[in-house]
Unconditional design. Structure first.
Length: 330
């Protein structure tokens, strides 16, 4: 059909034009759109900026509405995207083949609107193809203050912690309601202050997670001499299986990884028991910690197979050590 043939031509024409333009970091939305047209293959994970889908919830969590959909804005960039419903559907179908990641920015109505009347209510799933979903629950605001090194006003990023999911089940429910059963990977794109503990970064700990951390952490050592020392896994009983030398060399980093995997397992528990997100194959963590105006990025990439969480230790980067539970001072 003519529209099927036109979509890739129009998409590529826009991409070719963007190749001649420079990136503008002052306009994050424009940069996300630019990357969507040009592709992400030549970008590092830290440089990638997926298109955002802003989802707003009513106070009682019953209604979800789309406040801003940058994917639809991308479709509208193609001339055929505004010609007719048929032409737009072909444009949208092609654009979906070019995008593998969507960033869900979730928040509860800040004005206390219980009915959540603003935006289009989500009644059908947004995507119907295998998708990686980045879940962002905090964002940065720019605040102006004096840089005492130069005594000049300067703009620095400070985290404004957004809405916290009340539980792993809550997160799974939001993702499944927006994307249905097509999600293959979830990226937890979380932001934190240096004094944030894991309860603030994620959600309150479950009883099972608390129990797993009450006693001194004792890993289960893998004795198979053929086992790759970089391959670490956690089983449903919350035991961490690791080569002894990897454990000894890992120090605090591998102990922090254990605690992060406990939180990831909370998500997997609800995926397994609730029957939602049946195609889920992995959950990644990208935790940004702001320390003296510097963004410290902790990264963990996990693969899920038969209810076991697998990681490659060489791919793990722990840039800041957050407490499991922050101490209380009286």
């Amino acid at each position: 059909m003519i529209w099927s043939a036109a979509a890739p031509i129009q998409f590529q024409h826009i991409a070719d034009g963007l190749l001649q333009s420079s990136s503008d970091s002052r306009n994050p939305r424009a940069e996300r759109r630019r990357q969507a047209f040009l592709g992400y293959d030549n970008l590092t994970p830290a440089e990638r900026r997926p298109l955002a889908l802003h989802v707003r919830s009513s106070l009682d969590k019953q209604k979800l509405r789309v406040v801003a959909d940058e994917f639809q804005a991308l479709v509208s960039c193609l001339p055929m995207g505004t010609v007719s419903h048929e032409a737009r559907s072909h444009a949208a179908k092609f654009c979906r083949t070019k995008l593998k990641v969507m960033d869900v920015v979730y928040f509860i109505d800040e004005q206390g609107d219980e009915d959540c009347d603003t935006g289009v209510e989500i009644l059908d799933h947004v995507f119907a193809q295998p998708t990686t979903v980045m879940v962002t629950k905090s964002h940065f605001k720019y605040r102006k203050f004096v840089d005492f090194g130069s005594l000049q006003p300067a703009n620095y990023k400070f985290p404004e912690l957004g809405v916290h999911f009340k539980s792993a089940e809550h997160l799974v429910d939001v993702v499944s309601r927006v994307f249905g059963s097509c999600v293959e990977r979830i990226i937890l794109n979380f932001w934190a202050n240096t004094n944030s503990d894991l309860r603030e970064i994620y959600w309150p700990h479950t009883a099972r997670t608390k129990k797993a951390t009450r006693k001194e952490l004792k890993p289960t050592y893998i004795r198979d001499p053929k086992h790759d020392p970089d391959i670490v896994f956690m089983t449903p009983d919350r035991k961490m299986h690791v080569v002894e030398q990897t454990w000894e060399d890992g120090g605090f980093d591998i102990r922090d990884t254990f605690e992060h995997l406990l939180k990831i397992y909370e998500i997997l528990d609800f995926v397994t028991t609730g029957g939602k997100l049946p195609q889920l194959q992995g959950i990644d963590l990208e935790l940004h910690t702001l320390c003296w105006a510097e963004d410290l990025l902790t990264r963990i990439r996990s693969t899920i197979k038969d209810d076991v969480i697998w990681i490659n230790w060489s791919d793990v980067a722990i840039e800041f050590h957050h407490k499991f539970v922050a101490p209380t001072y009286f």
